[in-house]
Design a protein around this ligand. Structure first.
Ligand SMILES: Cc1cc2nc3c(=O)[nH]c(=O)nc-3n(C[C@H](O)[C@H](O)[C@H](O)COP(=O)(O)OP(=O)(O)OC[C@H]3O[C@@H](n4cnc5c(N)ncnc54)[C@H](O)[C@@H]3O)c2cc1C
Length: 319
């Protein structure tokens, strides 16, 4: 019988995180049997979205699972592990994904590697993982000791998506949460980032670098992003300068992104930056230096001042 890989699916408005779907696909590519665990007040839509990439989907519904609750989600995930005895348990490398998988590995006593970017199986059928360390200067290859499940969190866009197949069955998993076991509750979540989609999930990324000259000029990039339904990305230089939050950073020591369209304004195109976006579909580069390195990676390039192009684009796109 094929060993199972359990993926703890994080979702928003019924849409699973890309890293979760990618991990289901990768597990199948490795010859494991991918199983998705989808928890929520109403997990139906996310379960349906996972089914074409999973052999089975376990869906647990409860009001206590509406938002991430460490105690409730941990109890459910531990139950799913006990039922499946998977060789691998994976979650996305998000704040809640890392929290849940770390707690689960501690609860069940298994080895844990965070933010992995590659996965393979050893000759003994045990997972082998790769993660970037020292700010992306080196890659660590990780073998897991023991015989129980190995626990990982996976960066978005680490693995390609496979074609959907006939959907695996969706089975309900009794939530059975004892309210007295919940030691805390999230009572409210306030969205930051103007409701914009995150850089790793977006189909379009508009990125800015030091060439934008001033943190205030990122307002132009945000206006463009709002018109395109895009996420705002950033080079490390502007993150290090405090112009943008680290969650926007694209590159070797930041996020790996793979949108259909990547538009870079005033980014030089260093190898460190390109490593984080070279899986993008169409790449458009606007840089005032016609010899900028980034043009080598561009499908379309414009040697021009980003601060002239941005307002013109925004106006052309209208409200
Ligand atoms: C271990 C390590 C990890 C790293 N990880 C990352 C990473 O994850 N992501 C990352 O991005 N970098 C990373 N870096 C840094 C990387 O090497 C570069 O230094 C950085 O990407 C440069 O950022 P930049 O292109 O915004 O700035 P700059 O190199 O200063 O380039 C600015 C560009 O803007 C252009 N420009 C200037 N004015 C205008 C204008 N008005 N209109 C249009 N263009 C203009 C210039 O011609 C230039 O090409 C890493 C470095 C190291 C050592």
């Amino acid at each position: 019988m094929m060993s199972a890989a359990l993926v703890l699916v994080e979702h928003a408005s019924g849409v699973p995180r890309r890293a979760c779907l990618e991990t289901l696909c990768k597990a199948r590519d490795l010859g494991l049997s991918p199983v998705a665990l989808v928890c929520g007040a109403d997990p139906a839509a996310a379960a349906v979205a996972c089914a074409p990439f999973a052999d089975r989907v376990l869906a647990a519904a409860s009001d206590d699972l509406e938002r991430y609750n460490a105690d409730a989600h941990l109890a459910l995930a531990a139950r799913a592990v006990a039922e499946l005895s998977p060789v691998l348990v994976a979650g996305p490398s998000t704040i809640t994904g890392r929290d849940l998988v770390a707690r689960l590995s501690a609860r069940l006593g298994g080895p844990y590697a965070a933010e992995i970017i590659d996965l393979a199986l050893g000759a003994d059928g045990r997972p082998l993982a790769v993660r970037a360390v020292h700010g992306g200067k080196a890659l660590a290859r990780i073998a897991f000791e023991g015989s129980g499940p190995c626990f990982v969190t996976v960066r978005s866009n680490a693995f390609p998506m496979s074609e959907p197949r006939a959907p695996g069955p969706i089975e309900s998993l009794e939530a059975g949460i004892d309210p007295s076991s919940l030691r805390m509750r999230v009572t409210n979540v306030e969205e930051t980032g103007g409701g914009r989609v995150g850089v790793t999930e977006a189909d379009i990324v508009v990125a800015g670098g030091r060439g934008l000259g001033d943190p205030g000029n990122f307002a132009l990039l945000e206006r463009l992003a709002d018109r395109l339904g895009a996420a705002v990305g950033a080079s490390r230089a502007v993150v290090d300068a405090g112009w943008r939050d680290a969650s926007d950073q694209v590159g070797k020591s930041g996020n790996t992104v793979a949108p259909g369209l990547y538009v870079a304004f005033g980014v030089s195109g260093s190898a460190h930056h390109v490593m984080g976006m070279d899986g993008s579909g169409v790449v458009v580069v606007i840089n005032k230096d016609p010899n900028a390195l980034f043009f080598q990676y561009a499908d379309h390039g414009l040697a021009a001042d980003a601060l002239e192009i941005l307002p013109a684009l925004i106006e052309a796109l209208g409200e």
